[in-house]
Design a binder for this molecule. Structure first.
Ligand code: NAP
Ligand code: ZN
Ligand code: ZN
Length: 355
């Protein structure tokens, strides 16, 4: 059995998004159903809707930074009840029984069983793909539903972006040891980058923001950067040569990595989380060989770490800096994102789906 939900979808790679009705399954024994209140707008939504990555199935309902209030739960659900706050990020299921899933790293499911929140085959509704948070409600297995602290309830719109932008920066910062005594660089001040700056600062690292936008220097400092570097200014970049313990790059476009690998100390790592449509040019190998430097990638974060990140943020009152928009402005938001004009995450007010 299914019920209809209101949604906004992309119907092909170039037309504006528009209203669309979707099916949501009735909760099975382990499912949580909730009304969506807010959904953040990630650059991945744009990459997917515009078919910049392979495999988009249309109609495509994006959105994976979802916060809402529980309406119904299945008979076996223990950790949620109607009225609770609930959140869902980039995944709604996985095989739940491989080494990675058992380690709480469901995003790296060894059986490629990760079911992403949108554009993945839907196991419950054969022939359909999953539909994301640009919609009025969602039904998700309770193991993939996160708790939002009551103390964060006053700013749920600011909590939504933690579900992707937050965890995607928190996870590599933790994995590669950001903290006191470490010099950490965040590259790009958009949705992910501004959370990276806040989280790196909160972990106690000396945090340096790299931006291409001279107009973002003051904001970078306000958000927690100890220093801000204009990455296209060679003289500013040269001052930091060989000095970083970790760089996390959130850049959404193809560019040379060499100016950044040159900033790493011996044994330090440049972690790429930005996933541009076209690959970066092959990096200069000598930059890597001579100081045993590494380039790595990182995909969102597992469910236990996502809850840890939400709790970390709740304890420190960390939320995203957002611009709240009605769903009808989504194409305008995408156009501004392409101009790096995001301050610093668009969040959809799901109430606008009723208009
Ligand atoms: P965003 O809000 O659009 O921010 C991207 C930032 O990159 C821009 O604000 C800009 O910052 C910088 N930038 C853009 N074009 C650039 C260029 N040509 N050269 C240098 N810098 C440029 O995007 P987002 O939502 O944070 O997402 C960033 C990327 O991460 C996207 O590719 C997205 O798909 C990917 N992503 C990956 C994961 C993962 O798990 N790995 C998760 C979520 C998103 P400045 O103005 O400061 O230069
Ligand atoms: Zn995302
Ligand atoms: Zn698995």
């Amino acid at each position: 059995m299914t019920t209809k939900a209101r949604a906004y979808a992309g119907f092909n790679k170039s037309s504006p998004l528009g209203p669309h009705a979707i099916d949501r399954r009735d909760p099975t024994p382990n499912d949580v159903e909730f009304d969506i209140l807010f959904c953040g707008v990630c650059h991945s939504d744009l990459h997917t809707v515009h078919s910049e990555w392979p495999g988009t199935v249309y109609p495509c309902v994006p959105g994976h930074e979802i916060v809402g209030r529980v309406t119904r739960v299945g008979s076996a659900v223990k950790n949620f009840k109607p009225g609770d706050l609930a959140a869902v990020g980039c995944m709604v299921d996985s095989c739940r029984d491989c080494a990675s899933c058992n380690a709480g790293l469901e995003q790296y499911c060894d059986r490629y069983g990760t079911v992403f929140t949108y554009n993945s085959p839907d196991r419950h509704l054969p022939g359909q793909v999953t539909y994301g948070g640009y919609s009025s409600k969602i039904v998700v297995h309770e193991s993939f539903v996160l708790h939002v602290a009551a103390s964060q309830a006053k700013n749920l719109a600011g909590v939504a972006p933690l579900l992707c932008a937050g965890i995607t920066t928190y996870s590599p910062l933790k994995h590669w040891g950001a903290g006191k005594g470490k010099k950490v660089g965040i590259v790009g001040l958009g949705g992910l980058g501004h959370m990276g700056v806040k989280l790196s600062h909160a972990m106690g690292a000396h945090t340096v923001l790299f931006t291409t936008s001279a107009g973002k220097v003051e904001d970078g400092r306000r958000l927690g950067a100890d220093e801000v570097v204009i990455s296209r200014d060679e003289a500013q970049m040269a001052k930091h040569a060989g000095s970083f313990d970790l760089l996390v790059s959130t850049v959404a476009a193809s560019h040379s990595l060499d100016p950044f690998t040159a900033l790493l100390r011996r044994d330090a790592t440049l972690v790429l989380v930005g996933a541009p449509e076209h690959p970066h040019p092959s990096p200069a190998i000598m930059n890597l060989i001579f100081r045993r430097r590494a380039i790595a990638g990182s995909l969102i974060g597992g469910i236990p770490e996502t809850q840890e990140m939400l709790d970390f943020c709740a304890a420190r009152n960390i939320t995203a800096d957002i611009e709240l928009i009605p769903i009808q402005k989504i194409d305008e938001a995408y156009a501004r994102m392409l101009k790096s004009d995001v301050k610093y995450r668009f969040v959809i007010d799901a109430a606008s789906l009723k208009e």
